[in-house]
Design a protein around this ligand. Structure first.
Ligand code: TMP
Length: 211
C-alpha cells in the first residue's frame, strides 16, 4: 500500500466538507494525485445500507444495529473505493470515517467508544488514517450554519437536540485526548481558506517525511 489516507471529522455544520474540497484542490493543483470521498461514496451496496440507517421511518432502530450498519457500509466503501486508490499510490481524503462512529454511536448514543472501536476494527482491518483532522467548532455555531443552508436535507439523524450535538462535540474532544498522535484539532472558526491551507501544509509535510 503506497498511498496516504487522511480523514476529516467534526460536528454537522463544522465546515469539514467544504474545507476538505479546498484541501483537495490545493493538493491536485500542486500535482499531488488525490481522491476525495465520503461514506458511502457512491458505492451502491454502501449507499443501500446508508439509506436504511438514515430513513426517517426507522425510529425503532436499535443502537447496535446502527453501529453494525455504519461499519458494514464503511467496509464496502473501503474495499471498493479507498483501498484501490491507496494501492495506486494516491492521497485519499475522506469526509468522515471510523471516528464518526466512535463519537456519534460510541460516545453520544452511549454504545461505548471501546465497543464501537472493536466492531470497526473488524471492518477496517487496521486501516486507520495517517491523520484525522477534527474541525473544532462549537455546536451552536455549527447548528446556526446548518439552518441557514437552504439546500440541507433533513434525515433521521438530524432530529436531535442541542444536548445531543453538545455530546457529539464532547466526544470529538475526547478522541483528541485518546488518540493525540492521530486526531489533530483544527480551529474551525477561521475562514475555510485558512483552515484548508493549514491542513494541506500538514499533509504535504507528512508526504515529504515519508519519502
Ligand atoms: P454527513 O452529513 O457528514 O454525511 O453525516 C451524516 C450523519 O451521519 C451525520 O449526522 C453523522 C452521522 N454519522 C454517524 O452517526 N456515524 C457514522 O459512522 C457516520 C459516518 C456518520
Amino acid at each position: 500500500m503506497s498511498g496516504h489516507f487522511f480523514t476529516f471529522e467534526g460536528c454537522d455544520g463544522s465546515g469539514k466538507t467544504t474545507v476538505m474540497e479546498r484541501v483537495y484542490e490545493i493538493l491536485t493543483a500542486e500535482g499531488i494525485p488525490a481522491v476525495k470521498t465520503r461514506e458511502p461514496g457512491g458505492v451502491p451496496i454502501a449507499e443501500q445500507i446508508r439509506k436504511v440507517i438514515l430513513d426517517n421511518g426507522n425510529t425503532a432502530m436499535d443502537i447496535r444495529t446502527e453501529v453494525l450498519l455504519f461499519a458494514a457500509s464503511r467496509r464496502q466503501h473501503l474495499v471498493e473505493k479507498v483501498l484501490p486508490a491507496l494501492s495506486e499510490g494516491k492521497v485519499v481524503l475522506s469526509d468522515r470515517f471510523v471516528d464518526s462512529s466512535l463519537v456519534y454511536q460510541g460516545y453520544a448514543r452511549g454504545a461505548g467508544i471501546e465497543r464501537v472501536r472493536n466492531v470497526n476494527d473488524y471492518a477496517i482491518e487496521g486501516l486507520w488514517p495517517e491523520a484525522t483532522y477534527f474541525l473544532d467548532c462549537e455546536p451552536q455555531i455549527c447548528l446556526a450554519r446548518i439552518h441557514s443552508d437552504a439546500g440541507h436535507e433533513e434525515n433521521r439523524l438530524d432530529n436531535e437536540t442541542l444536548q445531543f450535538h453538545n455530546r457529539v462535540y464532547e466526544g470529538f474532544r475526547e478522541l483528541v485526548r485518546l488518540y493525540p498522535e492521530r486526531v489533530i484539532p483544527v480551529d474551525g472558526r477561521r475562514t475555510i481558506e485558512e483552515e484548508a491551507q493549514q491542513i494541506a501544509a500538514d499533509i504535504k509535510a507528512r508526504l515529504e517525511r515519508s519519502r
